[in-house]
Design a protein. Structure first.
Length: 293
């Protein structure tokens, strides 16, 4: 399965961590695998408070992805941006607005905003070579990433009126903004020149806090809800990836082995009820999941 570089960078950023934080073993979760009908690989990226889930899937022999929204009753609706080769939804808010990324017929990467009535708006950061929209909150504020002409990646915040603000973690060469909550808190990951980096939490006033699981050598913060709970994944040397949930007070809960044969667990989104969505590998296939405590 081949994904555009932007998709890969959104999920994985190398990190060298040194921060000591309280941790505890995972509580019991109710776990459900999500596979789009007919799919060989399924990614699940976002969930809203109504339980609507967005993601993307590949079918056998198809090099291009299709988006989907899954209703709480399990019904799948395919989402394809007009004229797109690939469509990859990343986030959904409580109004049913969906943001994501699409690849056009010229293999250019753009962000998009889709309204509940099915209308698409293309999102391109001014002067960027590629743009990906990753998260949206109730106010319609959107976060994502863009590449500049030097192929370096920066985060962005787009207001509901279309104004852009660049997001760069101080001292980082690249920044990946992944999600935003109603308080304007933004999470993501950053990388230095050697692609060693840290996960971050950015407050609405622009102040950054690093949110690194202890001992991690690779990590990404991928989702945040209105309670300030952050989800993501991390790895340690010689071990498979683990999922984590971080409370607003800094306590980490870790989990892995969600199902027999599941590896490389990557939580990507969380709603206010604490439902977590993401992806895992089993064999050589990607599957989505939703977990509820």
């Amino acid at each position: 399965m081949q994904l555009p570089r932007m998709f890969i960078l959104l999920s994985f950023a190398s990190a060298l961590m040194g921060m000591t934080v309280p941790t505890r073993a995972a509580d019991s979760f109710s776990f459900t695998t999500i596979d789009a009908p007919g799919a060989t690989d399924t990614w699940v990226w976002g969930i809203n408070n109504a339980g609507e889930i967005v993601g993307a899937f590949f079918t056998d022999g198809d090099k291009h992805s299709h988006g989907f929204v899954r209703s709480p009753n399990g019904t799948f609706t395919t989402i394809d941006a007009p004229g797109a080769l690939s469509t990859h939804p990343h986030g959904i808010n409580d109004a049913g607005q969906i943001v994501g990324t699409f690849e056009d017929a010229n293999n250019q990467i753009h962000g998009f905003l889709r309204t509940p009535d099915g209308n698409f708006t293309t999102i391109d950061v001014p002067n960027a070579t590629t743009t990906s929209a990753n998260g949206i909150n109730r106010a319609g504020e959107i976060v994502g990433v863009f590449e500049d002409t030097n192929r370096l990646t920066h985060g962005f915040l787009r207001t509901a009126t279309g104004a852009f603000t660049t997001i760069n973690v101080p001292g980082a060469i690249e920044t990946y903004a992944r999600a935003i909550n109603s308080a304007g808190q933004i999470v993501g990951a950053s990388a230095d020149a050697s692609y060693h980096g840290h996960t971050f939490l950015r407050a609405a006033d622009g102040a950054f806090t690093m949110v690194d699981p202890h001992g991690a050598t690779i990590a990404s913060a991928n989702g945040i809800n209105d309670a300030g709970q952050v989800v993501g994944f991390f790895g340690r040397a010689g071990a498979e990836d683990h999922g984590f949930v971080r409370t607003a007070t800094g306590t980490f809960t870790t989990f892995d082995n969600l199902d027999q044969g599941a590896i490389r667990v990557s939580p990507l989104g969380i709603n206010d009820a604490g439902q977590i969505v993401g992806v895992f590998m089993a064999g050589d296939r990607l599957h989505g999941f939703v977990m509820t405590r």
